[in-house]
Design a protein around this ligand. Structure first.
Ligand code: PGA
Ligand code: ZN
Length: 447
């Protein structure tokens, strides 16, 4: 499904640098952090400027996400190979884009959408299309001789995002008895991104000690958070508060908590079924009551997918007063799709959107969603996927867009650390032009 904004006319008054044209695209099948194949694309411009991008992949995917093209050949990678997507880049897409202006991201993305011709990018593959879209964005930055965040948006001052560190994993990302997918620490009371990342990392290390002391496992899940089996779905909240305090920080003031409940994964026949833990079943009203209680009891500032992507009645009935207290983020609910997001805005669902490039499949449509969020008083969070690579595009995107929030896992596993290290690098490079978002990113809920 293509967003309306992708066909917006180019502003004739915007300064446009003379850029060189795309001379070559080279795709390669590489591996992601789960050892599954993914697409890497190198874009080369006539000038020799080049950009490289690698595409992420989700596990708890929304039903309306753009379609990854997988080979289905069981003899290779259990059917998960991406040779077809790679061939599409090296063949049809290169043929169509050779000679295209590398700086015209909007035109390029429109052309990719048209070339694919389907609603979900399933013909060429959203993995093929996004690889090209991001790689060309990187090559345009290289051509200009500026970092990607500056190429995407020139500003006098840049906002460094609050990192949302998923330090306790459950749901689809762990083989434990916790149904809720992510428990995150948000170091929003610190002064710089570097200090914030340090505080959250110290909390992560402290949590490890606490888990060990209690006799719990300290093996990690897909996003680098610990993944122990616990007594209840609520115990992670207690453990996080204990870890924040033991690390020497004030829960709520220095470090707050966020959750991604990823409830679409356990919504069955109109009920929320807690099958990984005690097998209990809850209605949307029960869920709403539970979230209210937790928001009152813990320093919780943000809840993602607290209701299922198909339970719009639940979102409407239970979201209103909850949204006064905490940020309510739509991930599977909106799938970074401008049309679906617009419908959700019209229906009053949530008050924040999770932004994942590969849910929609082009840089331009992703930026369209961000613009829609801004125009409709929704906050937005730039996010990784549970299957990642060393690609750091989202770190630059978060700084370029200035929304003040990024979700990219725990400070464990190089696929997550790569994004945090890139943000440290950007903060150092910007010097006095860097401003850490901190509490401002959540000021609507932190009265
Ligand atoms: P996913 O998880 O990448 O497996 O979808 C991340 C999330 O749900 O936010
Ligand atoms: Zn999510």
């Amino acid at each position: 499904m293509s967003g309306p904004g992708i066909f917006r006319p180019v502003d004739p008054f915007s300064p446009k640098m003379v850029m060189s044209e795309i001379s070559h695209l080279e795709a390669l099948e590489v591996l992601d952090s789960r050892g599954n194949p993914t697409v890497q694309v190198t874009a080369i411009l006539e000038s020799g400027a080049r950009g490289v991008a690698r595409v992420p992949s989700g596990a708890s995917t929304g039903i309306n996400e753009a379609a990854e093209l997988r080979d289905g050949d069981e003899a290779r990678f259990q059917g998960k190979g991406v040779r077809k997507a790679v061939a599409n880049v090296n063949g049809q897409i290169l043929d169509a884009l050779k000679g295209f202006d590398g700086s015209d991201q909007v035109g390029l993305d429109r052309k990719l959408v048209e070339l694919d011709g389907t609603d979900n990018k399933g013909r060429l593959g959203a993995n093929a299309i996004l690889g090209v879209s991001m790689a060309v964005a990187h090559s345009a930055a290289a051509e200009k001789g500026v970092p990607l965040y500056r190429s995407l948006c020139e500003r006098d001052r840049y906002v460094l995002p609050v990192p949302m560190l998923n330090i306790l994993n459950g749901g689809q990302h762990a083989d434990n008895n916790v149904d809720i997918q992510e428990f995150m620490v948000l170091p929003l009371g610190l002064d710089t991104f570097g200090d914030a990342l340090r505080a959250a990392t110290e909390t992560f290390h402290t949590l490890k000690g606490i888990l060990k002391q209690k006799g719990y496992g300290t093996a990690t899940g897909d996003e680098g958070g610990f993944a122990p089996s616990l007594k209840s779905n609520e115990e992670p909240m207690e453990l996080l508060v204990e870890a924040i305090e033991s690390a020497g920080y004030r829960p709520g003031d220095d470090i707050a908590i966020a959750m991604d409940a990823a409830t679409s994964e356990f919504f069955e026949s109109g009920e929320y079924v807690f099958s990984q833990s005690d097998g209990s079943r809850k209605s949307a009203a029960d869920m709403g009551a539970m979230w209210h209680e937790w928001a009152d009891r813990y320093p919780l500032v943000s809840l993602e997918d607290g209701f299922s992507e198909i339970d719009h009645d639940g979102w409407k009935a239970e979201g209103g007063s909850l949204g006064e207290k905490i940020q309510l983020v739509g991930d599977d609910l909106f799938v970074t799709n401008p049309q679906i997001f617009q419908q959700g805005i019209d229906d009053g669902l949530a008050n924040s959107i999770l932004i994942k490039l590969n849910q929609i499949g082009t840089v331009t449509e992703t930026l369209d969603c961000i613009e829609m969020a801004r125009n409709n008083n929704y906050t937005f969070i730039i996010s990784h996927r549970s299957g990642e690579t060393e690609d750091t595009t989202i770190a630059d995107l978060a700084v370029a867009c200035g929304g003040g929030q990024i979700k990219t896992g725990s400070t464990c596993r190089s696929d997550r650390i790569a994004k945090y290290n890139r943000l440290l690098e950007i903060e150092a490079e910007l010097g006095a032009k860097a401003h850490y978002a901190g509490r401002e990113a959540f000021d609507r809920w932190l009265k």
